[in-house]
Design a protein around this ligand. Structure first.
Ligand code: ADP
Length: 172
C-alpha cells in the first residue's frame, strides 16, 4: 500500500490539511451529514460562495475556500445516489474521487482528506464504495508524486473496519 494513504476515524471538519472533500449534493448549497457539518464549521460565507458556483452534476467536483475551517480549501464532490447498481453508480463514484484529485493537483494541493462519499444518505454499499475509493486513489497516486498525503476519514465504525481491512491496517 502506498505510504501516502492514511486512515483515520473522526470529524473531517477538524483536519488542517490543504483540502477536505465534501460529499455534496448537486446544489452545492449544503445538506445533511458531512455536508451540513462542513457548512456549519466553515461558516455562512461558504454557502454565499457556493451560490456562485452553478452547482455540479453527479460525479463532478468544484472547489471553494475553506473559510473558517482549518483546511485551506473544500472540494465539493457529488457522488451518485445508489439506485440498485445498474445506473452507472460505480463509474460516477469513481469520477467523484478522480475529479476531486484532478482539482487538487490543479490547485497545488498536497494533502487531501476524503469522507466516504455516497455511503450515507445516498445509500451506496460501503464495501463496494471503499473498493472504488481506494483503487481510484491508488491509481492516481502512481502518476502524481506531487500529492503528499491522502487521508480517508471514516466516521462510523463499519466504514472504519472496512477501510482498515482493505488498507491492511488491522493492527492499528
Ligand atoms: P452522501 O449523501 O454522499 O451519502 P453523507 O454525508 O450522508 O453523504 O454521508 C457520507 C459519509 O460521511 C458517511 O459515511 C457519514 O458517516 C460520513 N460523515 C458524516 N459526518 C461526518 C463528518 N463530520 N466527518 C467525516 N465524515 C462524516
Amino acid at each position: 500500500m502506498d505510504s501516502r494513504i492514511k486512515l483515520i476515524k473522526g470529524d473531517i471538519t477538524r483536519l488542517a490539511v490543504d483540502a477536505i472533500v465534501n460529499a455534496a449534493n448537486p446544489s452545492l448549497l449544503g445538506g445533511g451529514g458531512v455536508d451540513g457539518a462542513i457548512h456549519r464549521a466553515a461558516g455562512p460565507e461558504l454557502k454565499e460562495y457556493c451560490k456562485k458556483c452553478g452547482g455540479a452534476r453527479h460525479g463532478e467536483a468544484k472547489i471553494s475556500p475553506g473559510f473558517n475551517l482549518p483546511a485551506k480549501y473544500v472540494i465539493h464532490a457529488v457522488g451518485p445516489i445508489w439506485r440498485g447498481g445498474n445506473h452507472g453508480e460505480e463509474e460516477t463514484l469513481r469520477n467523484a474521487y478522480l475529479n476531486s484529485l484532478k482539482l487538487a493537483v490543479k490547485h497545488g494541493i498536497k494533502t487531501i482528506a476524503f469522507p466516504n462519499i455516497s455511503t450515507g444518505v445516498y445509500g451506496f454499499p460501503k464495501e463496494a464504495a471503499a473498493d472504488i475509493a481506494i483503487r481510484t486513489v491508488k491509481e492516481f497516486l502512481q502518476s502524481h508524486p506531487e500529492i503528499e498525503e491522502v487521508i480517508f476519514v471514516t466516521f462510523d465504525d463499519e466504514n472504519y473496519r472496512i477501510y482498515a481491512e482493505k488498507l491492511d491496517l488491522k493492527d492499528e
